[in-house]
Design a protein around this ligand. Structure first.
Ligand code: NAD
Length: 410
């Protein structure tokens, strides 16, 4: 499945709805720069990428993914979504992303460190606090960010903590970053529930993916009284119609067990989880999970894209036809990059900001950004999807910035 083709189709639809010229839209059709390399480690070769998609609004910003399935089309698409996400979030960043086709789950700690340092060795010249700023993504974490920062500083001979975010607090990170993506997703889910599910009791939720995004999301929803009936990880899922004991399940997962082995509940596959009869389906794993093959079978009326790109273009159309409401990735999972921006700003100014203040700022940003998207959706008489409303806001801002810079003439 080619994700770039899907993204281009989405842009074409926006172009038609808003009457955007080909010349204006051209700036969003391809990345500014693709850096490719191969990391050679102990006779093994791992393809690696850092892609800067657009930098009209500021330096590139986006995570680094370690996963055996990583490929150029995926990294390019993730960098494209970062461009729109940062634009919609109103933070001064362009969009970028990195990835290594490598499976950290079967690697030793020493190998993991070597891959992390090698990534910086080959790409450090295009990175930096004013150029392009990485962060964690799937199967990368604060330890990996620490090795990367250390390698970058060794190469450049100076301290520059703002070159990477998602760092442990000891190296200039902020504690809030840990669950920020889920916190942002939770806040927009509350806004969505207030708009569409007001007064409904016992709202049933299924969560696909139980990592940084999915685990904290399940925890927050459970704590707030949502009934989380199913969760899954890469090995499969667990379903309990009366609601799962999420704190016990988190302890079980943290002890190193797959969620499917949890003692109370029925084992299900990831495919089955997606088609459960629930109110809200949270997608927090990988892209292309809902496609034209399974979109007709989706029973949840509300879908939250905590993962990037979990729904294909064709599936989007089927879901829209069936009146399903999808809260798009570029809004739903933007909490992580918003808090990364706080971290970067602190690193750059040397000023330490109060965590409670930052927590409130994140909340305000998420709610305001939801509202702008929702208001535009209403203004368009609900004839577009929420994703299209979000894309219109994000795309327009990038084009305006390109024009102000004089890069689009006329
Ligand atoms: P993670 O590595 O912490 O966790 C990934 C989870 O997905 C794991 O539980 C894994 O078992 C599960 N998984 C992997 N393949 C799966 C499959 N085929 N089916 C079901 N589950 C599967 O990663 P994360 O940070 O939670 O990222 C998840 C998604 O959220 C990605 O799309 C990522 O780009 C997006 N995201 C993450 C952040 C962040 O700050 N972590 C920010 C924005 C977006």
């Amino acid at each position: 499945m080619n994700i770039t083709e899907d993204n281009n189709k989405r842009l074409k639809d926006i172009q038609k709805i808003e009457g955007i010229s080909d010349k204006d839209m051209a700036v969003l059709l391809k990345p500014v720069r693709i850096n490719r390399s191969t990391l050679s480690i102990k006779g093994k070769k791992y393809p690696a990428w850092r892609i800067l998609y657009n930098e009209a609004l500021g330096p590139g910003k986006g995570g680094i993914r370690f996963h055996p399935g990583v490929n150029e089309d995926e990294v390019k698409s993730l960098a494209f979504w970062m461009t729109l996400k940062n634009s919609l979030a109103d933070i001064p960043y362009g969009g970028a992303k990195g990835g290594v086709a490598f499976n950290p789950k079967v690697a030793s700690k020493a190998e993991l460190e070597e891959v992390s340092r090698k990534f910086i060795d080959v790409f450090y010249k295009v990175l930096g606090q004013d150029k392009d700023i990485p962060a964690p993504d799937v199967y990368t974490d604060g330890q990996i960010m620490s090795w990367m920062l250390d390698e970058f500083e060794k190469k450049t001979g100076r301290h520059e903590p703002g070159m990477i975010t998602g760092k442990p607090v000891e190296l200039g990170g902020i504690a809030l970053r840990g669950d920020a993506t889920a916190q942002g997703g939770y806040l927009v889910t509350k806004k969505m529930a207030a708009a569409f599910l007001a007064g409904k009791k016992n709202v049933k939720v299924a969560v696909q993916g139980f990592g940084n995004a999915g685990l904290f999301m399940a925890q927050k929803l459970h704590k707030d009284g949502f009934k989380v009936v199913a969760v899954s990880d890469s090995k499969g899922g667990i379903y309990q119609v009366t609601g799962l004991n999420i704190p016990s399940l988190i302890a079980f997962k943290k002890a190193g067990h797959p969620v499917g082995d949890f003692s109370s509940g029925k084992q299900i596959t990831n495919a089955e989880l997606l088609e459960l009869s629930v109110d809200i389906l949270v997608l927090a794993a990988l892209e292309n999970q809902i496609t034209k093959q399974n979109a007709e079978n989706i029973k949840a009326n509300y879908l939250i894209e905590l993962a990037n790109g979990p729904i294909t273009y064709d599936a989007d159309r089927i879901l829209a036809k069936n009146k399903k409401i999808v809260v798009p990735d570029i809004l739903a999972n933007s909490g992580g990059v918003i808090v990364s921006y706080f971290e970067w700003a602190q690193n750059r100014t040397g000023q330490i900001l109060d965590e409670d203040y930052l927590r409130k700022l994140l909340e305000k940003k998420m709610k305001d950004n939801w509202q702008r998207m929702y208001d535009l959706w209403k203004e368009k008489k609900e004839k577009v999807t929420l994703r299209q409303a979000a894309y219109i806001l994000a795309v327009t801002k990038v084009i305006v910035a390109e024009k102000l810079r004089g890069r689009i003439k006329g």
